[in-house]
Ligand binder design. Structure first.
Ligand code: ADP
Ligand code: MG
Length: 386
């Protein structure tokens, strides 16, 4: 039975004064798959461990189902919160064979030994490890160990599954296959799932809803589509995949939720449209953040282009080509998709699509210099999940 989980005003200050969570509130509807996305050190693990009861919160309240499991005064230990966890490092018992590792999750269920073994075997069959039940964890590959950990989390049939970067120790190919398995197995189990990752593509692929963490604060929650098409802050935009950033002059509202802007400096060819920003902008320069879906190559002689640049690099991606384009006096856009290969050094035009162009006040995110094309996250190329 899927559980609702809610957190209100969570704060966590570690001994020594390090504040890892600041006023985090979230509501997760039963059966929802929530991914918490944030860079290293943003508080993801602290939040998950607080929900699990491994960490004590400093203040706030956590409710699972109808039970308050933690507030400023009380704290239910993990084993009384009726949840399962999957960890990055698998956390299997080295001295137990695979079947006993899985059956261990049933130890509180007052089942006969035979019944526990039968359920563990059935779950191992579901994750494709039926034949390895007698092996020890050190006789398994990383992917197999993570499958055992997943089987252990699922066999207990808890209403809540918490996953801490379960795929990050696996290589790329296996990660993609395991992602699909996790997605379908936890959805079959109809559990509420909270899954943390620093990988934006993984987050968007898995999630019903995404929450973005920055320095211990939850800065935006929404569906993957909402986060991608309406990033609330420059930080969220950068962390969820940009081609690059461009300083622009704001000219005038253009109707239809659009606003006319003009690139500052040498990049300028002609004005174009961006989405109207959420917050009103002051006069002067603003920052245009461009998704890979918001820019495409076009021949500069056709006169359709908004920006002019030079091809710095081209990468073949199977479905087409991704280009890095140097914009004179401004910087570089990466992941610029085209069906055709443009050659290094070639002069090209760029056409911008307002749906993928997000405008922020130049001062909206002090402390983060607008480093062009350096998003700290893999770009969502047109050949990727965008
Ligand atoms: P993430 O999982 O997003 O990488 P963490 O929750 O592990 O982030 O860490 C958030 C912040 O809390 C970081 O600044 C980290 O250094 C700090 N932190 C994590 N664990 C402890 C601890 N046991 N004691 C003190 N500080 C900690
Ligand atoms: Mg972590």
């Amino acid at each position: 039975m899927a559980e609702r989980i809610s957190a209100q005003g969570l704060t966590k200050v570690y001994p020594g004064g390090n504040q890892a969570l600041s006023d985090v509130s979230l509501e997760v509807e039963p059966g929802t798959f929530l991914v918490l996305l944030g860079p290293s050190g943003s508080g993801k693990t602290t939040l998950l461990r607080s929900l699990a009861g491994i960490e004590r919160i400093t203040s706030g309240r956590i409710t699972i189902g109808t039970v308050t499991v933690a507030d400023g005064r009380s704290h239910l230990p993990p084993e009384r919160r009726d949840l399962s966890m999957v960890f990055q490092d698998y956390a299997l018992w080295p001295h137990l064979v695979v079947r006993d590792n899985v059956a261990f999750a049933l130890r509180r269920r007052k089942l006969s030994k035979g019944e526990s073994r039968a359920r563990a075997n059935a779950m191992l069959d579901r994750v494709g490890l039926g034949k390895l039940a007698e092996r020890y964890p050190n006789e398994l590959s990383g992917g197999e160990q993570q499958r055992v950990a997943l089987a252990r989390a699922l066999v207990a049939e808890t209403g809540l599954i918490l996953c801490d970067e379960p795929l990050s120790n696996l290589d790329a190919d296996l990660r993609e296959r395991m992602r699909v398995e996790i997605s379908s197995l936890v959805r079959e189990a109809a559990a509420t799932t909270i899954y943390i990752t620093h990988d934006q593509a993984e987050a968007f692929a898995l999630a019903d809803r995404v929450g973005v963490l920055q320095q211990g604060r939850l800065v935006q929650t929404g569906t993957p589509e909402e986060i991608y098409t309406q990033p609330a802050t420059p930080f969220v935009a950068r962390f969820t995949g940009l081609s690059g950033e461009l300083p622009v002059h704001v000219r005038q509202a253009a109707g239809g939720g659009l606003i006319e802007v003009e690139p500052a400096g040498a990049a300028r060819v002609r004005p174009f449209h961006a989405r109207m920003p959420r917050e009103p902008l002051g006069a002067g320069l603003a920052l245009l953040m461009i998704r890979p879906t918001g820019v495409r190559l076009c021949a500069s002689h056709t006169g359709e282009h908004h920006l002019a640049g030079t091809v710095a690099d081209v990468a073949f991606r199977g479905r087409g080509y991704e280009h890095a384009i140097d914009i004179p006096g401004t910087g570089r856009l990466t992941g610029v998709f085209s069906d055709a290969r443009a050659h290094r050094g070639e002069a090209v035009g760029l056409r911008l699509d307002p749906a993928g162009c997000h405008l922020f006040a130049a001062t909206a995110d002090p402390g983060q210099a607008p480093a062009l094309a350096d998003t700290g996250a893999p770009a969502l190329g047109a050949a990727g999940t965008s």
